[in-house]
Each structure stands twice: as C-alpha cells, then as structure tokens.
Design a protein around this ligand. Structure first.
Ligand code: GZL
Length: 323
C-alpha cells in the first residue's frame, strides 16, 4: 500500500513540475536581421524614406538596426563595420556619395553578408560588392524636368530661357545624374542657356544662400530655376519673393522629390513642375532582402515607378503624399 502511495506521490510531483516549467511561447523569430545605415535627415524625402523602411521592416517581420550617419560618410562606414561585427543577415545603406566604399564593402563580402544599396549608388571597379540597388532613375528625373521645360518654352513662345541650377550634394548619384539628364535633354536647343550651376547640398538653408547669390549676380536675367530637391526649392522661394519676383510666374521653378509641402506650393502656383522621387522604398527593400536570404535571384537594379506633377495638371484629387 505504502508503495502505491509513493508512486502516486511521484506521479503527482512530476505532473506539477511539468506544468510549472511549461515552455513559454517562443518570441517570434525575426524573418531576418538587417543593418541599415541611413545617410541623415536632410530633407522630407529622407525622413519619409527612414519612416517607410522602419514601417515595412515591422510589416515584414524584419529585425532592423537603423543608424543615422548625420550626413557623414565616415559614420556610415563605422555603422557598416558594426553590422558586420554583429553578423546581421543583410546590410543595406543609402550612400551619401558614390566613392570610398570599396574597403568596407570588401569586409562585408569577406564576412559573407550581402549588401543592398537603397536610393543612391556607388562607383567601384570591383564587381559584386552589392547584390542589388533599389532607387530612382535619377538620370530620367533630369530628363523629365527638361522635357517639362521644353513644353513650357513652346507654350510660352519663348525664344530664350536663361537657367540657374541649384544642385544636390556634390558627387552624389542624384546630383550627378539629374544634372546630366537635364542638360543632355536640352543640349542642342538654342533657346536654353545656363547662367550658373551652384551646389546647395540638398539643404533648405543652402538653397536660400544659393538663391540669394544668384539673384544678386543675375537678377532680372533669371528665367528658370532648376533645383535638385524640394528642400532647396523651398529655401529659394522666399529669397525670390523678397527680391520682388513672383516664383512660378516671373521665374519658372522646377523641383524634384514631391513631398506634401512642395506639392501644396505647386498647387498654389509658386512652383511650376515637381518630378517625383519617391522615398517609399521600404517594401521593395524588405522583399529583396528576404529573397536574398531565401536564396532566390533578385534584380540588380530596381526602379520604383515615378510621376511628374506640373502646372498643366489638375492635382485636386491627388491623395496625401505621406512625406
Ligand atoms: C534622391 C535622394 C535625394 C532627394 C533629396 O533619391 O537621394 O536626397 O532628392 C535627398 O531630397 O536629400
């Protein structure tokens, strides 16, 4: 009898222990771990791009390590080295300039960590330093800006248009390719004349400085302002008005990005044309990273679909821009 009581006691104890140490449900394992080096927060485009990447990482179950380089290449290189040490599954980054990435990307390659370029690209002689580049066709953005200007010149019957250009960050992909696309498209048209091209670094404050300089130097001669992004355009606008000109009327203003603030100014008639450069690249990035991790083939270059908004359009039904 005693034996039976002992056996029952042992069985009861085991059941209690088993119930007591019930496995806690495992926290969801992330689909993958991604290190992302963002170049900074210089524009509504950039802030929208960061937010979209963070939101899409959550939506795709990706564990994201986001680093803000505060406009410094050396900070991006340091962040990539930290991601390598942490042994993330994928490294992604938006290179602030095109040169100077070979060494750190060779370290990532030697560590067997795939790299995805987002928004901008790099110049390198070494093949396969990155698996895919996801971002706008900046050359085409320049072409679209110039094609609008050609239509505008025809519509206004202009036989001469003197142009000032406010460019983005020196040696960055969007700066180089927007400039090339714009002037390649205007090449050979005798109506189009470049007065001067100055560097505004994609910053609103620098856009204002550039416009002040250009107005002091060229004043009434300026017929067109081609600005590489909305931030610099919005910095230039008050300078134009303080100098006594009506932007969008006395001067044709062409910009790039298409954030809400600039679109509202376009609707008010103070900007004539905005070529869209969408920051919403997060979904493409997460899908590409997950395909890479799953061993699936991915496209080498992925361009999002982009639009042109201008004073020829009815924009009343345009949904909120989200950045
Ligand atoms: C373009 C992006 C540019 C934006 C600017 O994709 O790299 O950088 O046009 C931003 O607003 O600063």
């Amino acid at each position: 009898m005693k034996g039976k009581i002992c056996l029952l006691a042992v069985i009861a104890l085991c059941c209690a222990l088993l119930c007591g140490c019930r496995q806690e449900p495992r926290a969801e394992e992330p689909a993958l771990v991604m290190g992302f080096s963002q170049l900074g927060s210089e524009s509504s485009f950039r802030i929208g791009n960061t937010r979209d990447i963070e939101a899409q990482a959550q939506a795709y179950g990706v564990s994201l390590m986001m680093d803000d380089a505060k406009q410094k290449q050396e900070n991006q290189i340091d962040a990539i080295r930290r991601f390598i040490a942490y042994r993330v599954d994928v490294i992604a980054f938006s290179p602030i300039v095109e040169e100077g990435w070979d060494n750190v990307l060779l370290e990532a390659k030697q560590a067997g960590i795939p790299v995805i370029l987002v928004d901008r690209t790099i110049q390198t002689e070494i093949s396969d330093l990155y698996v895919s580049q996801i971002g706008a066709d900046f050359y085409q953005e320049g072409v679209l800006a110039a094609q609008y200007l050609l239509r505008k010149a025809d519509a206004l019957g202009k036989d001469r248009l003197r142009i000032v250009e406010i460019t983005g960050t020196e040696s960055s992909t969007p700066m180089r390719q927007r400039h090339e696309g714009f002037w390649d498209t205007l090449a050979g048209d005798p109506r189009m004349e470049l007065l001067e091209s100055v560097n505004g670094d994609f910053l609103r404050s620098r856009g204002a400085e550039c416009m002040r300089y250009l107005l002091e130097r060229y004043g009434d001669q300026i017929d067109v302002v081609f600005s590489h992004n909305d931030e610099m355009t919005m910095g230039a606008l008050p300078e134009i008005e303080q100098a006594g000109y009506r932007p969008g009327q006395d001067m044709i203003l062409i910009s790039i990005d298409g954030g809400q603030e600039a679109i509202d100014i376009l609707k008010a008639g103070r900007i004539n044309c905005i070529v869209e450069c969408t920051p919403m690249l997060g979904g493409l990035l997460m899908e590409t990273a997950l395909d890479i991790k799953a061993g699936k083939p991915v496209e080498g270059i992925i361009h999002p679909v982009e639009r042109v908004f201008c004073d020829e359009d009815d924009l009343s039904a345009l949904p909120p821009r989200g950045y």
